[in-house]
Design a protein around this ligand. Structure first.
Ligand SMILES: [Zn+2]
Length: 245
């Protein structure tokens, strides 16, 4: 479903990207750096309310750059020989990073056929039953799509080895989480949750849902990172690191 709001967001994004390309062509200094692809860039393109959203070289989002930064700085650590499950593996920079960290990298999605990436396995998180299989589960902008997030969090908890971690990112607003229901139309979802296939919109209480599934939780926010690094890499967003002790 393409709404006017979505179409105008896309138009502004492309205009902003074109401006960056023109500035680069005219010799503007590449003062910034994308942690996802490693390229130095003249700036980042606008998307929605974020004036410094996308990398002009690889398209990486602020959250993708944040996770790449956390990998670089060793905050997100894949244990030697560790098994990594990457759900919705549409972030090329991170696919590369995770694959470089371990030979046991498993990209997965409910709809593997939509990916150009080879080897994506079919995984329905609602039916996910793989006890103590993974060291790291990474799921960015996934939880707002699943039918029953308590069930999915419980399944993730079970699928992690002891000491394993789920790294979760969701769209957030500052109000309490609002859950949708089965009868909601796509138009209603788009209006309330910003996208036709979002089942809910999370608020800060997403943290409680994670803890209720048995996890210990750390919040890792871009705002806590040194300002000059945050500026250089245009880092943004918050990661929920859910640890199975
Ligand atoms: Zn990039």
């Amino acid at each position: 479903m393409i709404t006017f709001r979505r179409a105008s967001k896309a138009a502004i994004k492309w205009a902003s990207l074109a401006t960056l390309k023109l500035r680069a062509a005219m010799g503007a200094k590449a003062r910034y750096n994308c942690t996802a692809c490693g390229q130095n860039v003249v700036g980042f393109f606008r998307y929605g309310d974020n004036a410094r959203w996308g990398c002009p070289a690889c398209g990486a989002s602020p959250r993708q750059r944040l996770v790449a930064y956390l990998l670089d700085s060793g905050v997100l650590k894949v244990p030697a020989g560790g098994r990594v499950l990457h759900i919705a593996p549409n972030e090329a920079g991170l696919v590369k990073r995770f694959s470089a960290q371990t030979t046991d990298y498993v990209p997965a999605d409910l709809y593997p056929e939509v990916y150009a990436l080879k080897g994506v396995v079919r995984l329905d998180l609602m039916q996910f039953d793989a006890p103590e299989n993974y060291d790291i589960i990474y799921a960015s902008h996934v939880m707002e799509h699943v039918d029953d997030d308590a069930q999915v969090l419980a399944n993730m908890f079970a699928a992690l080895k002891p000491g394993g971690e789920a790294w979760l990112i969701v769209p957030l607003w500052d109000r309490p989480t609002e859950d949708g229901h089965g009868g909601m139309s796509q138009r209603e979802r788009e209006r309330r949750f910003g996208q036709w296939d979002h089942i809910r919109q999370y608020g800060p209480d997403f943290a409680d849902r994670i803890r209720n599934a048995g996890f210990a939780l750390d919040l890792i926010a871009a705002s806590g990172i040194d300002a000059s690094l945050r500026e250089r890499h245009a880092l943004d967003d918050v990661v929920f690191r859910a640890r199975k002790l």
